[in-house]
Design a protein around this ligand. Structure first.
Ligand SMILES: Cc1cc2nc3c(=O)[nH]c(=O)nc-3n(C[C@H](O)[C@H](O)[C@H](O)COP(=O)(O)OP(=O)(O)OC[C@H]3O[C@@H](n4cnc5c(N)ncnc54)[C@H](O)[C@@H]3O)c2cc1C
Length: 337
């Protein structure tokens, strides 16, 4: 399909989005293309990769993705602006204007602006290549390839992530991967294990961690001045055992009639069933589709309230004579395995 615009901007980072606003204010039908392919950056550009922006006038502190979202919303508020997640693959001079080709469309524009950002500029002085990541660093905010992160279908190791994987961000929403960076690192690695968790996370010393302090009293005064302080980003190496580390709560909610086990677990499928990896006397062939009935959700509720998993069993704990036992399928035992 061929479409015509007055102004075409290649790149939808801060620069491209700001230019789109000006294009529209000058009455130009404006197209802003932001790449969304493989290792390219999404709409919002490179600023989406940083946790804190503290020098943007008008905002005391906000995250890079919040700033990018605000810029995108502002640019989209102009009827004359069209932002599309497409990569410009070919650009040619065509008559008095320009021709831009993406995988989906052909565009013609009277004027064109390149707002395609930059790549890390290497130091290029003697020794800098040899000393890279041994003092000369371009980015020290990394996780080990074996660290696990939450993707929209699984908990997976970073090294297994592909450009198509969507990962959970601190805003509690799943986002496409903005890009991949790999560095050799010989500095300090900080291991953080939150209280009551078995799993720990190992990160570089400079890596920012969202934390908050809890003001609480001692003994009978525990609740008297109880207060959560404002969350703040701290370098991993500055954390103490007084800090509470925060993690995102998934905000994407969807009503579903059923879930499929195979969407979450890597299990072999046979017709409508899933087969366990190993054959043991407790491993069973199960229906892939699990219907989210009221009873099942109630069971999940019991587990979230007071359940635990150990070895090959799930444990549910109830108080004796609890009204929960009115529920027909609960047995009156202290512990139900
Ligand atoms: C970790 C980090 C922290 C930072 N912190 C701050 C800060 O606190 N304060 C501050 O002021 N600045 C900060 N910066 C710098 C700031 O993010 C950048 O200067 C700014 O975002 C650059 O914007 P841009 O639009 O010029 O480029 P980019 O954000 O790089 O955007 C370019 C866009 O063009 C797209 N593109 C490229 N080729 C094509 C194509 N062929 N077709 C379509 N699209 C294409 C890319 O995918 C990308 O989305 C930080 C940068 C980083 C990396």
């Amino acid at each position: 399909m061929d479409e015509r615009f007055d102004f075409i901007i290649i790149g939808a980072g801060c620069t491209g989005l700001a230019a789109a606003m000006y294009g529209a204010r000058l009455g130009m039908k404006t197209l802003c293309l932001g790449a969304m392919h493989g290792t390219e950056l999404p709409v919002g550009g490179v600023i989406t990769t940083t946790n804190i922006v503290e020098n943007y006038p008008g905002f005391i502190r906000l995250s890079g993705s919040e700033l990018a979202e605000a810029l995108e919303k502002h640019a989209r508020s102009y009827d004359l602006v069209d932002i599309r997640e497409e990569k410009a693959e070919k650009i040619e001079k065509a008559g008095k204007g320009f021709f831009v080709k993406t995988k989906k469309n052909n565009y013609h524009g009277k004027a064109i602006l390149f707002a395609t950002g930059t790549k890390w500029r290497k130091l290029e002085v003697p020794g800098s290549a040899e000393l890279e990541n041994k003092g000369v660093a371009y980015c020290a905010l990394c996780l080990h390839p074996d660290e696990e992160i939450i993707s929209n279908s699984n908990i997976m190791k970073i090294k297994e992530v592909t450009p198509g994987t969507r990962v959970l961000t601190k805003e509690g929403r799943y986002q496409n991967i903005a890009g991949f960076t790999r560095i050799d690192y010989e500095g300090k690695i900080i291991k953080i294990r939150p209280r009551l968790f078995n799993e720990s996370v190992s990160i570089t010393a400079e890596h920012p961690v969202l934390t908050l302090k809890v003001n609480r009293g001692i003994g009978n005064n525990y609740w008297r001045d109880f207060k959560f302080e404002e969350p703040e980003w701290k370098k991993a190496e500055e954390l103490t055992t007084d800090d509470c580390v925060l993690y995102p709560i998934i905000k994407e909610v969807e009503d579903k009639e059923f879930i499929k086990l195979s969407d979450f677990l890597e299990l072999r499928k046979q017709n409508d069933s899933v087969i366990p990896h190993k054959k043991t006397h407790t491993a069973k062939v199960l229906n892939d589709k699990i219907y989210l009935t009221k009873d099942l959700m109630r069971l999940f509720g019991y587990y979230l309230a007071e359940g635990s998993a150990s070895g090959h069993q799930l444990n549910f704990y109830f108080k004796e004579n609890s009204s929960l036992f009115d529920y027909p399928s609960c047995r009156k035992t202290k512990r139900v395995n």
